[in-house]
Design a protein around this ligand. Sequence first.
Ligand SMILES: N[C@@H](CCC(=O)N[C@@H](CS)C(=O)NCC(=O)O)C(=O)O
Length: 256
Amino acid sequence: MGGFTLFVFLTIFYICNAQDCVDTSDLCSSRTGLCDSIVGLQKLCPKSCGLCKDKLYKLTYFDLRARGEQIRWILEQGDANWEDIRIKQEDWPAIKPTTLTGQIPYLEVDGVTIAQSGAIAMYLARELGLSGANDLEAAEVHMVWETVQETFNSAGRAFVEQDPAKKQVKLKEYDDVSFPRLMKFLEERLENGEEWLVGKQMTIADIVVASFMDSQVWPKPLADLKASKTVSNLTSKVTSLPKIKQWIATRPVTDY
Ligand SMILES: N[C@@H](CCC(=O)N[C@@H](CS)C(=O)NCC(=O)O)C(=O)O
């Protein structure tokens, strides 16, 4: 090994293994920047190279899985230091006007609040080393995320509809269009025996799909969700990851 290579290796080794957590956010961001600038380092030692372990992420959502659960899984899988803030439905009207967009989830980190679940998911994916190997893979990850979200939104529209006739129309749209479209899209990505949805490693694309399948027992019965062997296998693989498995076993129990 040449001297320079050895130097780079030792530097990376030091950064990855440094135990002294410095929780000054400026320093953390600059060190994260250093890590990002060395090709592949984020993959070797995600979570800001182990230097910013105490960075705290606060996630606020209802006491439900629904739209918040995928973000909780990302935080768990990324081994993040995070707080699970759950708002009671009856408290929401008073809190709503104080939020950025009048909606949840939102994430607070380093004094900044981020609304919109897509923005939160993509930000955490980058922070925690779960966004793919390069920008192109990150775009593919985002594509999967949006496709799942459209299906989630279609189910949501049917769920909240009060008028029985309109509800049937919305359920039919979910059954005939949204859900099959998602399954076809996912099955095609996995059809050549691909291990993960994007690239050669697990990303939040796999997490969001597994979380959707795990939570989405309405309006589809579980049997329908399991009809696709490839998607069902992927879901099992993600839900068997030790950190996610542990989260599922210990998380608050909610109806949906
Ligand atoms: N586009 C937003 C949608 C957020 C959203 O619809 N949140 C719902 C809960 S799942 C909400 O805040 N509902 C309460 C309200 O709108 O007052 C996102 O992806 O975060």
